[in-house]
Structure formats: structure tokens, C-alpha cells
Ligand binder design. Structure first.
Ligand code: PRP
Ligand code: MG
Length: 176
């Protein structure tokens, strides 16, 4: 179900029972491989933030890098990778977050964002919201100003949006 006039949905493949039984995996690779579709996707993700004076786009490793880097270019902003543990050299800021089984960690360079820098967080999918919450905490630890977040896909039934502050814009291009 798309909120844009372009049919992004036809370029996202639903794969039943992956990575485990009962889960429907949303495969974005056909969209990425479609030159026009990918371009229009980045246009649509950028559109709500034109005029928001975004200075930095934080993309979440790994699928958030794909959309975040392209969006940074479109918004004439810098790109900051929020990375999994062991990938960036110190000094770092770090946030641990819960997964369905166990925990994970997001890291950023301690000087990755300037205090007050107007920052947008980008990822491919909002599921339970744990990843986006961790990214938001990381942006806060860096004393940057959070403008909002953009995701390509929001999985409504998992209620990830409930973990996002109501006063901060969170934009999803597609809802499943
Ligand atoms: C997936 C997806 C989001 C996150 C959403 O990433 O790309 O980043 O899960 O889940 P949540 O809302 O429940 O936190 P994953 O950690 O599988 O890694 P990847 O991006 O490297 O594929
Ligand atoms: Mg991810």
C-alpha cells in the first residue's frame, strides 16, 4: 500500500516464511535494481524534508546506508553512518538495544555530528522500532538536533511507531 502515486509496491517482493516460518520478508532489491523506481523512491523520501534545513543524514547499517546516502545527496546534506559494533575506530558513542533474541549495539564517531546539527535518521524498515529508538538515542548523545526520521517501509502490526516520540516527524513511504 503506497502513499505515493508511483507504484513502489510492485517493486517490493514479498517472500513468505523468510528468514523463518510465519515471517513475510519484504525484499527491496527489485526496487534498488530499477533505475527509475529507485530514483523516484529517493525523490519521495526527500520530499517531506525539503525546506527542513537538514544538515546531516544518519543511515543505519546496513540497509539504511543505501537509502540514507542517496537521500543525503538529494537534500544536500552530509552522510553519517551509524554502525554495528567493531566497525568504527574510537572515540565512539554507543547505544545497546534489544533484539527479539539478545541485544545489538549501534555506534557512531564521538564527533560525527556537531552540537545542534540538524539531523535526519534513515532506515529501510521500521519493524519493532528498537533500531530507530537506538539511533535516536545516539543522535541525542551527540547533542545534535533531531529533525525526524524516514523509512521506506513501516510494518504497522509491529507498532514500532509507538516507540517513537509523537512530536517528532516519522515518515514512511509504504505501509504493510
Ligand atoms: C533490519 C532493518 C532495520 C531493522 C528494523 O535490520 O533493516 O534496520 O531490522 O527492525 P526493528 O524496527 O525491529 O528494530 P537488520 O538488523 O536485520 O540488519 P541489516 O539492515 O544489516 O540487514
Ligand atoms: Mg537494518
Amino acid at each position: 500500500r503506497a502513499m505515493s502515486s508511483f507504484d513502489f509496491d510492485s517493486l517490493i517482493r514479498a517472500v513468505a516464511d523468510f528468514p523463518k516460518p510465519g515471517v513475510t520478508f519484504r525484499d527491496i532489491t527489485p526496487l534498488l535494481a530499477d533505475a527509475g523506481g529507485f530514483a523516484r523512491c529517493i525523490d519521495a523520501l526527500a520530499e517531506p524534508w525539503q525546506g527542513s534545513e537538514v544538515q546531516a543524514v544518519c543511515g543505519i547499517e546496513s540497509r539504511g546506508f543505501i537509502f540514507g546516502a542517496a537521500l543525503a545527496q538529494k537534500l544536500h546534506a552530509g552522510f553519517v553512518p551509524l554502525r554495528k559494533p567493531g566497525k568504527l575506530p574510537p572515540p565512539l558513542v554507543e547505544v545497546d538495544y534489544a533484539l527479539e533474541y539478545g541485544t545489538d549495539r549501534l555506534t557512531a564517531r564521538a564527533d560525527a555530528l556537531r552540537p545542534g546539527e540538524r539531523t535526519l535518521i534513515v532506515d529501510d524498515v521500521l519493524a519493532t522500532g528498537g533500531t530507530l529508538a537506538a539511533a535516536r538515542e545516539l543522535v541525542g548523545k551527540l547533542d545534535a538536533t533531531l529533525v525526524g526520521a524516514s523509512v521506506l517501509i513501516e510494518l504497522d502490526a509491529l507498532r514500532g511507531r509507538d516507540r517513537w516520540p509523537a512530536g517528532v516527524p516519522l515518515q514512511s513511504l509504504l505501509h504493510y
